[in-house]
Design a protein around this ligand. Structure first.
Ligand code: ADP
Ligand code: ASP
Ligand code: MG
Length: 411
């Protein structure tokens, strides 16, 4: 029998009523002849509550115990959905990550799935059961400890299970009916896409579109798992197909820019009047790398005094304080006059495979943003995207401006 993975996010399982609605979607696919594995998130808001409790208990908490606590949200929903399915006559059982098992690295809080043994799930399918799997969690074999995959990680659980059981497709059900040209909650004129390439989806997710966790798109791309994003709020008997994420040669809309994404999780640091000599970049970025701090955008400009340089770059907002400490310590070796920082910044990006073959795409954006009085603090470009760092207060204006500029507005 063909197999299918169906994943339901937090808002889709927020109440018992909605869990019953999920059961109805699952029932439809079971009747259509699929062996179904369902992957569920915790009820909406639950994971935040659990994270809050751990932090309240101890600011310097132990990472393995953090995982033991925050993984529990998914345990609840997997059990509840199995109950709801059995109530409507569909044999089902819940599976925790360790029961499958879903084996991961030991990076508690952001573990990577290393292997999924599908044998027990196979046996369940042979018994005619729907497998209801707790998303977001796994187990590290050597230590035997529960791990979690990072926020939004149930998407990754779903795609990894789909690859492991040879599912025909992985359907990600959420609170929007597909992938849009940008976050539809920020730009009401955003358009839903029929199809989007793995590559573009990967960039959109990495650059802030949280509709899919980045790692889930990587896995879908590597294992060639056809993945869709669709709405759990469609009536179960009239569910629309949503957006298909697929290869470039499939019939994908030809646009220069496919989407606009934004991320508020970066912070800017500027070192003023750094001596302009060989090895200075290494002196700055070496210690940051040693501290495991990822630097993203970098710009170097001539200082006001012409003989030194100003170095501006971004780091994850969560690492901002640590980065400042590292740079304070390295001040002698680097030799800068002053350090400045800003956390109220946002990175706005435009993504499109069409940028490969068209020149001047980004330049148009810089002009349009300037016309709106938006100051650009830093820029990065690559083959299929460019990003600008601006003041957070201008997020919506910038996203809407670029969305219209590239003809993405719904008419
Ligand atoms: P779930 O709880 O189902 O995993 P998420 O909140 O993680 O749902 O992801 C869905 C949300 O992603 C949507 O409500 C929407 O606001 C946001 N989003 C951001 N960018 C996009 C985009 N380009 N297309 C669709 N949704 C997007
Ligand atoms: N419940 C987890 C989170 O909120 C995982 C997920 O929903 O994908 O991050
Ligand atoms: Mg999510």
């Amino acid at each position: 029998m063909p197999r299918l993975v169906m994943k339901f996010g937090g808002t889709s399982v927020a109440t018992i009523e909605r869990i019953r609605n999920v059961a109805a979607h699952v029932a439809r696919e079971v009747s259509a002849g699929y062996e179904v594995a369902v992957v569920v998130s915790a009820m909406s808001g639950k994971t935040n509550e659990l994270v809050g409790w751990v932090r309240e208990a101890d600011g310097g908490y132990d990472a393995a115990e953090y995982d033991a606590v925050v993984a529990s949200g998914e345990q609840v929903t997997s059990g509840l959905l199995a109950v709801a399915l059995r109530r409507v006559g569909i044999p089902a059982r819940s599976w925790q990550g360790w029961q499958v098992p879903i084996l991961t690295s030991d990076a508690h809080g952001s573990a990577r799935i290393e292997d999924i043994d599908g044998a027990r799930l196979d046996a369940g399918f042979r018994r005619g059961e729907v497998a209801v799997i707790a998303g977001f969690q796994g187990i590290h074999d050597e230590t035997g400890r529960i791990t979690t995959l990072g926020r939004g990680g149930s998407d990754t659980s779903a795609v990894a299970v789909a690859a492991a059981i040879g599912a025909e497709r992985c359907d990600i059900y959420t609170d929007v009916d597909g992938v849009y040209t940008t976050d539809p909650r920020v730009v009401p004129k955003a358009r839903r896409m029929e199809r989007v390439t793995f590559e573009e989806m990967l960039e959109m997710a990495s650059l802030g579109a949280k509709v899919l966790q980045v790692r889930s798109v990587e896995l879908a791309m590597v294992h060639r798992v056809p993945t869709t994003v669709r709405s759990s709020f469609d009536p179960p008997d009239a569910a629309r197909p949503g957006t298909l994420i697929c290869d470039e040669d499939s019939d994908v809309e030809q646009q220069i820019i496919t989407g606009i994404a934004f991320a508020r999780d970066e912070a800017q640091i500027t070192l003023r009047r750094v001596k302009d000599s060989p090895g200075v970049a290494a002196a700055i970025f070496g210690p940051l790398a040693d501290a495991n701090i990822n630097v993203d955008m970098i710009i170097q400009t001539v200082s006001g005094d012409q003989s030194t340089t100003d170095m501006t770059f971004t780091v994850p907002a969560a690492d901002y304080d640590r980065a400042r400490t590292v740079l304070d310590r390295a001040r002698e070796t680097i030799g800068y006059a002053q350090i400045e920082g800003a956390t109220d910044v946002v990175k706005v990006s435009a993504i499109g495979v069409g940028m490969r073959s068209h020149a001047g795409v980004a330049a148009k954006a810089f002009r349009a943003l300037a016309d709106k009085g938006i100051n650009i603090r830093a820029i990065t470009t690559s083959e299929i995207k460019f990003s600008v760092l601006i003041d957070a207060a201008y997020t919506e204006l910038a996203v809407r401006t670029l969305h219209s500029l590239y003809g993405l507005d719904r008419v």
